[in-house]
Write a protein of this length. Structure first.
Length: 376
């Protein structure tokens, strides 16, 4: 075996022996309590129909984009869509990226420079961390939602400072004290950037617009693969920021542009979102129903969250995998989240509530969870 193969095999064996080996699984027929399809758009026959209609009235467009947007892949349709999305989120401008990962890597690898500072919550998306690592800026992490910890890092900041948080955290489902964080960033002349990936849907335009802070936040990242049920992302901010990213964001410059089908799907998803009041109300009701159904337990606690992401802490990889297996055997698609994805000792099952989950499904899931935690 070659030396590279020996290394690869050794690392995989380490994962298996630690109980954290990852493997891909095909789709199943279990009741969905794990996907990010919060409003059911990915399942929506209506969305599929209006996407097909949109494509049919633009027959001149190609199957693929043929190149990067700076070469042959830019369309008037794309630029109009960016303007429409920016207006929806009450932003001056926006730039589309092929995925949320691309958006965060492009933004954070290109904007902060050597001598600048990035300060991020310890629980931000991996894509934010990866982008920050690719920059030459100083990088600090502050304790989750901890204002004192953030202020301590702000006092150490040099150069232009960027503070990065999420409006809904992907693994805990909670929300930050945005107003207080904003006050600190203003006090220390820092620029606040908020990833809205898991907030859009619960709040149609995102938490920032819900709080009417869009004019005070430097930039926002909105992804389309969660509540909007399609794919891609946009960085929202000033037109000046948009121009900068077109010139310096490598994940934008050096990649093939999105296909027309992807663009049409995004546009129609926003059209559906504008009419999704009933879906949002049902999602909110379903979240409350689930939380009410979980019995208090002295060992295993449900994290405090009002979002679609609900997490039961089980404190070990073994218990998390046992709980997930128990629920899957009961007919529910719930996944274990293991360390090192989350810190050791905070292993959990992550439950995603959707507008399309029925009362019966939620009650049955709650009962299955209660059976497991009370038997321990």
């Amino acid at each position: 075996m070659r030396s590279a193969d020996n290394y690869i095999q050794g690392k995989l064996d380490e994962r298996r022996s630690s109980g954290i080996y990852r493997a891909l699984k095909p789709e199943n027929n279990l009741v969905d309590f794990c996907s990010n399809d919060y409003l059911g758009f990915a399942h929506s026959a209506v969305l599929k129909e209006i996407i097909a209609r949109e494509i049919s009235i633009h027959p001149q467009n190609l199957n693929g984009s043929t190149g990067s947007r700076l070469i042959s892949g830019n369309l008037i349709y794309t630029e109009n869509l960016e303007q429409q999305i920016a207006a929806f989120h009450k932003s001056e401008a926006g730039l589309l990226f092929n995925s949320g990962y691309d958006a965060n890597v492009g933004l954070f690898s290109s904007l902060p420079q050597k001598g600048d500072t990035i300060i991020h919550d310890e629980l931000v998306h991996a894509s934010v961390i990866d982008g920050a690592r690719l920059s030459h800026a100083n990088r600090y992490t502050f304790r989750h939602n901890d204002l004192d910890s953030l202020e301590g890092k702000l006092k150490q900041a040099k150069g232009i400072c960027y503070v990065v948080i999420e409006s809904v955290y992907s693994m805990d489902g909670d929300m930050p004290p945005v107003m207080e964080i904003l006050k600190l960033t203003e006090q220390y002349n820092a620029h606040l950037i908020i990833d809205e990936a898991h907030a859009v849907g619960l709040y149609p335009c995102g938490l920032v617009v819900h709080l009417e802070l869009q004019d005070k936040v430097f930039a926002r990242i909105v992804t389309f693969g969660k509540a909007l049920g399609c794919h891609g992302a946009i960085v929202l901010g000033s037109d000046l920021l948009r121009q900068y990213l077109v010139n310096f964001a490598r994940s934008f410059i050096y990649t093939t542009a999105a296909s027309f089908h992807q663009l049409a799907a995004i546009k129609m998803a926003y059209e559906l979102l504008e009419k999704a009041g009933d879906n949002i109300r049902q999602l909110t009701n379903n979240i409350s129903l689930f939380k009410q159904g979980i019995s208090p337990n002295p060992v295993y606690c449900l994290l405090n969250s009002d979002s679609a992401i609900q997490c039961l802490l089980l404190n070990s990889n073994t218990k998390a995998k046992q709980a997930a297996s128990h629920l899957q055997n009961a007919g529910f698609d719930v996944r274990a989240i293991l360390s090192p994805t989350v810190p050791q000792g905070t292993e959990r099952i992550r439950i995603c509530i959707h507008s399309f989950n029925t009362t019966a499904e939620i009650n049955q899931l709650s009962a299955a969870i209660n059976t497991f935690i009370n038997a321990e």
